[in-house]
Design a protein around this ligand. Sequence first.
Ligand SMILES: Cc1cc2nc3c(=O)[nH]c(=O)nc-3n(C[C@H](O)[C@H](O)[C@H](O)COP(=O)(O)OP(=O)(O)OC[C@H]3O[C@@H](n4cnc5c(N)ncnc54)[C@H](O)[C@@H]3O)c2cc1C
Length: 420
Amino acid sequence: MPDHAARAPQAGASSRIVVIGGGPAGLMAAESARAAGAEVDVYDWLGSVGRKFLIAGKGGLNLTHSEDPAAFVARYGERRAEVGRWLAHFDAAALREWARGLGVETFVGTSGRVFPLDLKAAPLLRGWVKRLRASGVKFHMHQRWVGWNDAGALRFVQDGAEQRVDAERVVLALGGGSWPVLGSDAAWVSLLRARGVALAPLVPSNCGFDVAWSAHFAQRHAGHPVKPVVLECVDAHGHATRRQGEFVVTANGIEGSLVYAFSAQLRDAIAAHGSTQIRLDLVPGRDTRRLTADLARPRGSRSLSEHLRRHAGIEGVKAGLLYEALDRERLQDPALLAATLKSLPLTLLRPRPIEEAVSSAGGVRFDALDEQLMLKSIPGVFCAGEMIDWEAPTGGYLLTACFASGRLAGAAAANWRGGG
Ligand SMILES: Cc1cc2nc3c(=O)[nH]c(=O)nc-3n(C[C@H](O)[C@H](O)[C@H](O)COP(=O)(O)OP(=O)(O)OC[C@H]3O[C@@H](n4cnc5c(N)ncnc54)[C@H](O)[C@@H]3O)c2cc1C
């Protein structure tokens, strides 16, 4: 595949490029712009770059996924064509090779997810920043970008003092709206909207959902994992999707990998209908008829809890979920018990706030960008990473698309010939 970063710069490409945002997308843009011959300055308002990337390392740093390219690109849903174009230049294999170039070997976990051997982000980030500095990339920290002045210069604020920076070529890699404490506070939304850039509202993605638990259930089971469990979700066309995995009960509702996998669909259903219902199979692999027969066995003096534990393997948080769903009278009916254990309804009221989500959807719309990720309405300004309007489930798809878009935007900025 042709790689923009490897192309020789065209006329004028040696001029300076300002990259705003030092997350994975911005750093990758800096790297590819530098490789294409540009002078590169990276600005970030925090004291160090890659804060969210480092937090991702706490979960083992799921860099990418090993599944075949067609399945991989399908993870970007409605944006598969656009993101697929980025991945054509820098895909999962290229990302692993790139990490190897920084001395970080990767491995494929049992789920097909790809991680660094040491499961850490810090060594990778340290080595990367060192290499960027050595290549001549300059870092300007504690510089908050607050827009453009009337003359078109970039405005940065540090400790209340403003400096202006002239740059014909800019890569914005400012992140989405999740975990603002790590830098991505989405203040850019109003700055770009004021310049007429079309934006889709930022909404939570890979997020938890609120459930109206009883106080007793929340108090007793918050923090407890539900596993194994099958979650079933029915879309607007009546098509059911089921997946086995696990999630965690929280004081307000549910979260965790199985819930994140469905979060885009659930979020959109709630937006359309006010709330949505999922169904849980708490006894995956067990047949309803057999389960009914087991639960119909005489209970004698045993409590219902003990009966459920013995004959259905149901206890703890799973028993709690059952008691939330059925009242005392209906708990006595073995057929109803079995049916509920196999398909327990749970109403989701709303997604958790974007600040708590792993990532966000929405942002700069694709029709506001050309194929090189330059804003059509602001020539010379390119975008990369989570601030663009795409989303993907967890599994390494987020970082891969951030890296790939940064790579493309940085090289395109370096090779941009100017408006004239
Ligand atoms: C807890 C957690 C775990 C995750 N784990 C994984 C994982 O294992 N695998 C995976 O693929 N993805 C994971 N993600 C998602 C992934 O980290 C993000 O998608 C990715 O970091 C986005 O990269 P980005 O460069 O677009 O934005 P960011 O990483 O958010 O970087 C944006 C940068 O822009 C700077 N900035 C913002 N506004 C301004 C401004 N006005 N002026 C100057 N600087 C500004 C910020 O300070 C920040 O440094 C995780 C996310 C979270 C929250």
